[in-house]
Ligand binder design. Structure first.
Ligand code: URA
Length: 248
């Protein structure tokens, strides 16, 4: 007989979500074991012996892992369902039969690199702050940020009373009214890039994620995706951001 495992670990291994997200689903009452909703943290189950349901669909245990990089278009939500009926990112994955989930989020109006997988453990290590996975964004901001604003972003600014970790910031291009800037951060706070630019007085007009670590979009068109191999996955954890490789 299989050994007991923690419920959140079982859900993560079965590709439902990262472990942390699986914990949220448990507390929200979306997980049933043998017909009973379990909300207590720390519950264990015996795979193969007990039946686990997430949102009333049976969770069948470990699947073959798959890793996808999608160039998310604007106007798509990164949740798996949307009460307002807006399009969801997984609807762009025609031809993928595995049930995958996005690793982290991008705002409705943000485009660019979005990883999707059914490997909850890998998702957890990408999202865990201690691993400091670098993400590079290209922001178009209104106005022409002064050098003091750029330095403030680099050193850290107050976002919801907490200072952001140091960032790498480069001005790419000045247009008539806007400036195109790349910014590399390793934290993943909600709407962090927009809030950072807001904090220094230059609101973001449009935002695109270019890369995770040194894994970039390359020539992937908007709305298109590619399946990643082991080498691609290593690039996510490379502390040399794509931005650093190309610009320094
Ligand atoms: N930061 C933001 O403000 N928005 C995103 O979608 C991603 C990072």
């Amino acid at each position: 007989m299989e050994k007991p495992v923690r419920l959140q670990k079982f859900l993560a291994q079965a590709g439902i979500a990262s472990r942390r997200k699986a914990e949220e689903y448990i507390t929200q009452g979306r997980v049933k074991v043998d017909g009973k909703i379990i909300t207590a943290m720390g519950a264990q189950i015996v795979p193969g012996k007990q039946k686990v349901f997430f949102d009333n669909r049976e969770v069948l245990g470990e699947e073959q892992h798959i890793y996808i990089l999608l160039n998310k278009p604007k106007g798509y939500v990164t949740t798996l369902s949307d009460p307002q009926g807006r399009p969801i990112v997984t609807s762009l994955l025609q031809g993928i039969k595995e049930r995958v989930f996005p690793v982290g989020r991008l705002d409705l109006d943000t485009e660019g690199a979005l990883l999707l997988t059914n490997d909850g453990e890998l998702a957890q290590s990408i999202l865990h702050p201690s691993n400091e996975v670098f993400k590079t964004y290209e922001a178009e901001v209104r106005g022409f940020p002064a050098p003091t604003a750029i330095r403030a972003l680099e050193k850290g600014v107050l976002v919801e009373k907490k200072k952001t970790a140091p960032a790498k910031v480069r001005i790419k291009q000045r247009n008539k009214l806007n400036t195109r800037i790349t910014i590399t951060i390793h934290e993943g706070r909600k709407r962090q890039v927009k809030k950072m630019f807001q904090a220094v007085g230059y609101p973001v007009q449009s935002l695109k994620r270019l890369s995770y670590g040194s894994l970039g979009l390359d020539n992937l068109g908007v709305g298109k995706y590619k399946i990643l191999n082991k080498n691609d996955l290593k690039k996510i954890f490379s502390n040399k951001s794509l931005y650093k490789q190309k610009n320094s």
